[in-house]
Design a protein. Structure first.
Length: 414
């Protein structure tokens, strides 16, 4: 199907989707969840083709991890759909109501955005997550996944569309652009007549390409150069497990920790413990001069290391004299995603919370919790690192706009 025709069909479908009842949407979501699990063998078979191609092409292990689907991950996708079905429907929510002196009654009401375009890379779970959230929030969605996961995305989308049809819902509520030509992606970014908002999910290069080339409004989801600062009053028995989790649980995700910042007063006690933990998990450490001698096997950190999202078993280390230097370092090099402090001092923790410029700021917890599922949003469309409209994990409300409804009794303006 020609791209323009696909976009036209989405633009037509949005008027049906926005008028679906909450009950109809929830039943359809549960049906899709059921069918994803039921058809998991077919999805895994399609995913195996993508995974083998990725291996043959030398895809980075972190990206291969993002690409992989198995029964557990498909069940997690289905659970995300079930959770979205249980969430309150934001459509029609009354945000504000007031009366004007002339007798006009004004309501501010939450409404769908319309047609949402999602451009993403080698994470096929995004296909189901994006559908769930856009559908529950009353939108039609056009998906443009990467060529690395094309077979997986086709299989998942086919299951979704069939389940929608069996639920009495227009299948064009979700559409996948199957053409993997980059020229088609660029053309998609020009479809402002049909697409109301575009959301990129993926590498810094992808996000930059979309923000620079799209004439459709873009909600920017960012890369994650996430830091953990270990303060002089940190409980080190908390610090090590948090760092291990944030760095090594999944290396190929945007909320993984990429940099450690350490207060100089505790470096001699803490850094050998940190080095031992990183060595056990085969994590390469790149440290500044003040830290390197205390970390066995550490390499010299460069300026580039402090600003890099590795998506790999690598972490940078910076020693600072106090929390203010830690905050300054983090604000200089971070990507506005997720930052954490380990401390038992409440005043220091609050200073960090107040002054670090990021979508999510943690005290004594892993950055890995920056996730729509973990925040109780059911799933997420992405982690917004910008400040207009939405910030952090984007759930249902972040995929809506609003309109004013004004009721009068014949008023005219003088």
């Amino acid at each position: 199907m020609a791209l323009v025709d696909l976009c036209k069909r989405a633009a037509e479908a949005k008027y049906e989707v926005q008028n679906l009842s909450t009950e109809t949407k929830n039943k359809a979501l549960l049906k899709v969840a059921e069918e994803l699990v039921s058809k998991s063998a077919d999805i895994i078979k399609a995913n195996a083709v993508d995974y083998k191609t990725g291996e043959d092409n030398g895809m980075h292990p972190g990206l291969l991890d993002r690409l992989l689907l198995n029964e557990k991950r498909i069940e997690a996708m289905a659970e995300g759909l079930r959770q979205v079905a249980e969430l309150s429907d934001p459509i029609g929510e009354e945000i504000e109501e007031f009366d004007r002196p002339n007798g006009l009654k004004v309501k501010k009401v939450r409404v769908p955005m319309g047609v949402i375009g999602i451009i993403y890379e080698s994470r096929p779970n995004v296909t189901a997550d994006a559908f769930a959230l856009t559908f529950k929030s009353g939108n039609a969605v056009i998906l443009k996944g990467g060529s690395d996961a094309i077979n997986s995305n086709i299989a998942i989308t086919n299951v979704i569309r069939k389940a929608l049809e069996e639920s009495g819902v227009i299948p064009d509520a979700v559409q996948l652009i199957e053409d993997t030509d980059r020229a088609v992606t660029k053309e998609f970014m020009t479809m402002k007549q049909y697409v109301d908002v575009l959301i990129p999910r993926g590498s810094a290069g992808l996000i930059r390409a979309v923000t620079e080339n799209s004439n459709i409004p873009v909600i920017e989801t960012g890369t994650g150069n996430c830091h953990i600062y270990v303060d002089k009053e940190a409980d080190l028995t908390k610090a090590i497990p948090i760092i291990i989790n944030a760095k090594t649980q999944r290396i190929g995700v945007c909320n993984a920790a990429e940099s450690l910042v350490v207060h100089e007063d505790i470096k001699e006690e803490f850094l050998p413990l940190f080095a031992k933990a990183m060595n056990e998990h085969k994590v390469e450490v790149r440290a500044d001069k003040a830290s390197k001698d205390l970390i066995e096997g550490a390499l010299d950190a460069t300026e580039e290391d402090f600003g890099k999202e590795y998506l790999d078993y690598i972490i940078s280390v910076k020693t600072v004299k106090d929390v203010d230097e830690a905050i300054a370092h983090i604000n200089k090099y971070n990507t506005g995603h997720s930052e954490a402090i380990i401390t038992e001092n409440k005043e220091t923790a609050q200073r960090f919370l107040d002054r670090v410029d990021a979508a999510c700021v943690y005290v004594n917890a892993s950055t890995r919790f920056t996730d729509g599922f973990e925040f109780g949003l059911g799933a997420e469309i992405g982690i917004s690192t910008q400040k207009l409209h939405a910030r952090g994990p984007m759930g249902l409300k972040e995929l809506t706009s609003y309109k004013y409804e004004i009721i009068g009794e014949g008023q005219i303006r003088g």
